[in-house]
Design a protein. Structure first.
Length: 122
């Protein structure tokens, strides 16, 4: 059976021009087997912040159910609440040590495995 792919484009304005990213997804939106299990999104990005990008992700019907983890060097309680209200699954502060990065990478890997298992059971 030949797989038919389409792209799920996200567009946003960036300093006088438009930027975009394409997230591959199958033409049949019911088949989610090859979509990302998790999106890790940095809050501080050029041209658009993570909360704006989160809104774009959650507004796109083809990918809005993919869990999004926010990742930033600083996260206030107010920002965490705003991101959670906007649809973020979880918010993580970037670690300041190599050991911290290793631990957090393990957490992300466990989340991906968890979502992959749950997706396969659905």
């Amino acid at each position: 059976m030949k797989m038919t792919w389409k792209s799920c484009p996200l567009h946003w304005p960036c300093k006088g021009s438009e930027r975009s990213v394409l997230i591959p997804c199958k033409a049949n939106e019911e088949d989610v087997s090859d979509r990302p299990a998790l999106i890790i999104l940095d809050y501080n990005m050029p041209g658009v912040n993570g909360q704006q990008m989160l809104a774009l992700l959650k507004d796109n019907k083809a990918i809005q159910d993919i869990p999004v983890v926010m990742y930033s060097t600083s996260l206030s309680a107010v920002l965490i609440k705003n991101l959670s209200d906007a649809g973020a699954f979880e918010c993580f502060k970037k670690p300041d040590s190599y050991k911290g990065i290793q631990v957090q990478t393990g957490i992300f890997k466990d989340l991906v495995n968890s979502f992959t298992i749950n997706k396969n059971l659905a």
